[in-house]
Design a protein around this ligand. Structure first.
Ligand SMILES: [Zn+2]
Length: 128
């Protein structure tokens, strides 16, 4: 039994091969089977209706550095298929101000930072 079964998709396996029409079964956090799995059962079944089924995309030049502090799962990116973000590009990246010598926990450069509302960790900050 699969945890998730995606039926009737156009499956791109992410290694550059031509897509295949079929089903994809997931157990835990791993793809367990790709093929025609008509007799398979699953805890959750999704009907792809021929839509593309692909591994998550990597956004290797993201500027979501600050957005991720307020929305750690970045739902707007996930809805676009992005599952991995590479941040800190272009010399831009927040840093925990508690690690900056001579700064209090609520100050950053020029005091232009404040604590994030709802931040789970005391060292998370947001730019104003
Ligand atoms: Zn950039």
């Amino acid at each position: 039994m699969f945890d998730v079964l995606i039926r009737d998709g156009t499956i791109y396996e992410g290694e550059g091969n031509d897509p295949v029409e079929g089903d994809l079964g997931i157990v835990g956090d791993r793809i367990s089977a790709i093929g025609h799995l008509a007799s398979a059962s699953a805890r959750q079944t999704l009907e792809a209706g021929g839509a593309a089924v692909a591994p998550g995309f990597i956004d290797f030049h993201s500027h979501a550095d600050l957005a991720i502090l307020n929305a750690p799962t970045l739902p707007a990116k996930v809805l676009q298929g992005v599952t991995t973000e590479v941040a800190g590009n272009c010399g831009f990246s927040p840093a925990p101000p508690t690690r900056w010598p001579g700064r209090s926990s609520s100050e950053g450069p020029e005091g232009a930072r404040r604590e994030c509302p709802g931040a789970a960790r005391a060292d998370r900050t947001c730019a104003l």
